[in-house]
Ligand binder design. Structure first.
Ligand code: GDP
Ligand code: MG
Length: 762
């Protein structure tokens, strides 16, 4: 089967074309670099089926980003039968820069002039016949979006694929051509394939080429010494780039006739940019957009309507009533559906989705399954394993799906519309100080919602080291599931000690997470994950209306990914933890309230001394191990930390404790009374939970995204060590304030050490 490769700049419409040609549904986004994975498909309307490959979007065939290397290697080594070079016709000159490089490869090639619909709408004209003559390869006008011209494009590509094409270069008329020609002859002598391409790259001084053709490098250097340019001196990379642009503006640009020749005319996109990327208003506008996203995903009081108008609750309306067990219950099944949308306030779309999914669909289905299992007459432990272990475990994982998808939907819209690229641009300068690029910002912010989509979103980071560092600190941006731990413990501190302000404690924990993240990144970027932050060279794409088809395809992709993981690593770990909490060392099955005899409780008692510096170790009374146990069950889902306290409270008291408003505060208070834990130790405990290994869903995602066993293991270690240090610092400073000086001293020593060491290396 013949293979055609789609190559072009980011956002030129490759993925759109790919989808139209293959009928498959790859993600179409505005963020350059999303298409890092290779996508294959089959086009069926040529005389024979043709395999189509969507290469990553690139501006050049230089060796600076993984995308460039992938595309370059594919074109050179995999030898596609034809390259379809997609060119954004609204931005012709810039796009042809890559074209001039592909032309140098010995491969059949067709140019697809994409976005012709937009060109025509603007009233501009492009003389494709003339361009074809000047480039020497077929040029076809298309609109990938409107699916126009695709048939002609593919027919031309099919014809070309039957021919042999030798590379040509636009450096032909420049002083450089003699140098290129001599190097090319030398390479041909060595039987190197694509000699013209390699010759030009060697002249540019491209790192990959210098390594690959070590024996020719000296010769090139010798040639170069005899050459001097008045403007660029001996910077051959700049020389070649300039020569390409000169040629493009002299020979190719004239094929365009613009209707409006006023060069300062602003497009709608430029106008939008005037506001959205404004020097002063850019960031406030962005913060408002971010707030709106989180509000629409997590708020149980949309637009604060409930608070503003003091709307009645369902109970006020007589639709919910307290039943015999003292629980609030809907008087009619239909009211339960209503409760998903409204209860004293209108819910945000994200919360509605969450309620419908968790309370109605999954909740009902699993409740029904549990009833069947309970009535099946199986052994008690088997029923427990199936319904509390497996079903609850799957339920816990599936319950993450609505917020993950909602957040992803909003962020995909930002990405697809072209806004995200601009935000990255605005924030780039600030982030550079921390050794990160502006693109790292989005994943971090998404971390406040859920680490899973946040980690997946780090794919937009070009640099591997930077990406790893970002994945590692994402859990420090306290996710939605950690909030209940914060509010329950903070509430209990205030209720128990009668001091402080619960909101203040909660906020300062968020702040702590951010500070720890910044310090960690600084540390990593100057030690194990050193590296230059890649320069911000991407072009800002013009704004596009996001497309529903692409968004849904993208979301489905994510959901599939997550569910698959849910049924492997997360699922297995959930079962393990259930078994460890429901069996004693003698393999005796234990009821929930007998958790104190479980294997995990025993392990917790054993390791308890390790947590002494953190304040919840040996210094606590009889039940001191509960904090360790809760932290471990929190690995399934952070919600479990407080739920475990509930189980333990029932276990200690011999009867379930009341928690009428579901705050978890009574459970934490019971733990405080039982163990005598101090306030600094409680704060250390929440800080520990915030910075330690995140839930299994996030761990699984980190593993998949890091794609490197060593890095993944080091990441787990990093989380453990960080949380241990942070919690110890909090406890010791909280217990004896003067220890703050010791910590400050230690941090200063580390910084000084690194500065000296890095200084020596440089
Ligand atoms: P890629 O980065 O090269 O894969 O580009 P995409 O396929 O993701 O397209 C980038 C943006 O351009 C998307 O918002 C598309 O909807 C839009 N787009 C793609 N083809 C066309 C076209 O022919 N006309 C117009 N007006 N927009 C297009
Ligand atoms: Mg793409």
């Amino acid at each position: 089967m013949k293979r055609f490769a789609l190559a072009g700049n980011p956002n030129c419409g490759k993925t759109t074309l790919f989808n139209s040609l293959t009928g498959s549904t790859a993600h179409v986004g505005n963020w350059p670099g999303v298409t890092v994975d290779k996508r294959d498909g089959v086009y069926k309307k040529c005389p024979e089926p043709v395999a189509i490959v969507d290469l990553p979007g690139i501006y050049s065939l230089s060796p600076y980003t993984p995308e460039e290397v992938i595309a370059r290697n594919y074109l050179l080594d995999e030898k596609p039968d034809c390259v379809i070079n997609i060119v954004d016709a609204t931005n012709l000159e810039r796009n042809l820069y890559l074209t001039t490089q592909i032309l140098e490869i010995d491969v059949p090639m067709v140019i697809a002039l994409n976005m012709m619909d937009a060109v025509e709408k603007a009233g501009d004209k492009i003389d494709a016949k003339e361009l074809e003559k000047r480039l020497g390869v077929p040029v076809v006008k298309i609109s990938a979006l409107k699916e126009e011209g695709l048939r002609e494009l593919m027919d031309k590509a099919w014809n070309e694929s039957k021919k042999v094409r030798m590379g040509t270069t636009v450096l032909q008329d420049t002083a450089l051509i003699h140098l290129v020609g001599d190097v090319k002859i030398a390479l041909e002598g060595q039987k190197v394939k694509n000699p013209l391409f390699h010759a030009v790259k060697l002249v540019e001084g491209d790192e990959i080429e210098r390594k690959m053709h070590a024996e020719t490098v000296n010769m090139v250097e010798a040639f170069k010494k005899t050459f001097h340019d008045n403007v660029f001196g001996n910077d051959f990379e700049a020389l070649v780039a300039d020569a390409r642009y000169q040629y493009i503006s002299g020979h190719f640009a004239p094929v365009v006739t613009r209707k409006n020749t006023d060069r300062f005319r602003m497009s709608a996109s430029d106008k939008a940019d005037k506001v959205l990327t404004h020097k002063i208003w850019g960031i406030p506008i962005f913060l408002v957009i971010l707030f709106a996203i989180f509000h629409l995903t997590f708020s149980e009081d949309l637009l604060f309507l409930g608070r503003i108008f003091s709307l009645p609750t369902l109970e006020d309306l007589g639709l919910m009533a307290v039943n015999a067990d003292g629980e609030l219950e809907a008087i009619h099944y239909g009211v339960r559906w209503l409760a998903c949308v409204y209860d004293g306030a209108v819910m945000s779309p994200g919360v509605i989705l969450n309620n419908v999914w968790n309370d109605m669909l999954v909740g009902e289905l699993f409740g029904w399954l549990k009833d069947i299992i309970a009535g099946s007459g199986m052994q008690e432990w088997a029923i427990g394993l199936l319904s509390d272990g497996i079903i609850e475990g799957i339920g816990a994982v599936l319950s993450f799906l609505p917020p993950i998808l909602t957040l992803f939907l909003f962020f995909s819209i930002l990405e697809d519309s072209g806004y995200m690229a601009r935000i990255a641009f605005i924030l780039d300068r600030m982030f550079r100080r921390f050794g990160l690029s502006g693109r790292a910002f989005m994943p971090m912010i998404m971390g406040f919602g859920c680490s899973v989509p946040a980690m997946i979103n780090t794919r937009t980071l070009a640099d591997d080291q930077e990406r790893t560092a970002t994945i590692r600190v994402i859990p420090f941006f306290s996710c939605g599931a950690k909030l209940p731990i914060l509010t329950a413990v903070a509430g209990a501190i205030v209720a128990g000690a009668g001091i402080g302000n619960a909101d203040l404690i909660t906020y300062s924990m968020y702040l702590l997470g951010i500070v720890v993240a910044i310090l960690s990144v600084l540390l990593m970027r100057s030690t194990t994950l050193k590296g230059e932050t890649p320069p911000f060279i991407m072009e800002l794409p013009s704004y596009h209306a996001p497309q529903l088809k692409n968004l849904t395809a993208h979301l489905w992709d994510k959901a599939k990914h997550f569910i698959k993981k849910a049924f492997t690593i997360i699922f297995a770990s959930t079962i393990v933890i259930w078994i460890l909490t429901h069996f004693s060392f003698g393999w005796q099955f234990l009821a929930d309230e007998e958790i104190d005899q479980s294997i995990l409780a025993n392990i917790s008692m054993l390791v308890q001394p390790v947590f002494t510096p953190l304040g919840f170790g040996s210094q606590l009374k009889a039940f001191g191990w509960v904090f360790v146990l809760a932290a471990i069950t929190g690995l399934i889902a952070k919600e479990n930390v407080i739920a475990t306290f509930g189980v333990l409270a029932a276990c200690i008291a011999g009867a379930a404790l009341d928690d009428p408003d579901g705050s978890g505060i009574p459970y934490v208070l019971a733990m405080i009374t039982e163990t005598g834990i101090t306030v600094p130790a409680l704060i250390s405990f929440i800080a520990f939970n915030m910075t330690t290994i995140p839930c299994f869903a996030a761990v699984g995602t980190a593993k998949a995204e890091l794609q490197n066993k060593k890095r993944y293991r080091f990441t787990l270690l990093f989380w453990i060590v960080t949380s241990y240090l942070v919690a110890t610092a909090i406890y010791t400073i909280g217990t004896a304030w003067w220890t703050a000086f010791l910590w400050a001293g230690a941090i200063a020593a580390v910084i000084a050490f690194l500065a000296v060491r890095n200084g020596k290396r440089a």
